[in-house]
Write a protein that binds this ligand. Sequence first.
Ligand code: SF4
Length: 338
Amino acid sequence: MEVLLGKTFKEIQQIVEELNMPRFAAKQITQWLYQKKASSIDEMSNISLKHRQILKDKYTIGRTDFIGKQESTDKTVKYLFATNNNRFIESVYIPEKERATLCVSSQVGCKMNCLFCMTGKQGFAGQLTSGDILNQIISIPESNSLTNIVYMGMGEPLDNLEELFKSLEIITSDYGFGWSPKRITVSTIGPLPALKRFLEESKVHLAISLHSPFHFERLSLMPIEKAYPLSDVIHLIKQYDFSHQRRVSFEYILFAGLNDDFKHALALSRLIKDIPCRVNLIKYHRIPEINLPASDTNKMVEFRDFLNDRGIACTIRTSRGEDILAACGMLSTNKNKE
Ligand code: SF4
């Protein structure tokens, strides 16, 4: 059975044509998929019984429920979904005062092997389709109250570019969820060719995982630095306008004694000084078998104040869901081991 969820309007038009259904059925089907969020073709009551049957003979909607969840005392909820190759992915729902954000996964595991990341330790086990990505958004109980989506879960979204683009098209199109691109952020470690396409072909916000302004140090944390050094990423970013519709932010995990001192803050401020941006400092959630210590709060405050004093907007991201190990990859790793 082929899956309808995640198909763009154009793709649904092709399906309708192949099945000899009336042309207007494409609009009806996309409405059922993305606006009424139907979970079965039988719900498509304005499509004739005959055409529903023709559709059902070859297609299914492809919705899957989450198979587990963990709720933090701070109301952060981590959802676990099974993939069709017997692996697991996670999505994290983060309610705040005026926002409700869902952090979605874009791959099953990840190839990038960043030293500090539990998902990286899993290795790569497959791409998610745009339907798998959208399913995370529409299959959680809080779906209708979401205000923001961040692609910061498992995987490197730009290593799954076509499915990322399809999911973004559906979330932001009138035929889909009809969201403003300003409500969406894609986080990446910066594979350059894909980043260039992303900057050319999408309008959503960008977050770059930076973590060290120094080449060899960043390389020790993030193997991608070898193929696509941060200096090239920064050079590329400077060619685009981030002063109006679209924002760029830099994510910086602080590790005690490694990247959290004055020297790093100064080098970082010099590196990004010409870019209208924000820096988000992130407290490290320790992962098993990796001996990287997290910086303490005083160090984080000093680092933040140093950047603020140099005119760079910098905030310390509130740690959420610590009691449920909300660092991405922990829950699915445990489930994979089971
Ligand atoms: S930090 Fe992101 S890119 Fe790096 S291994 Fe983890 S999921 Fe992959």
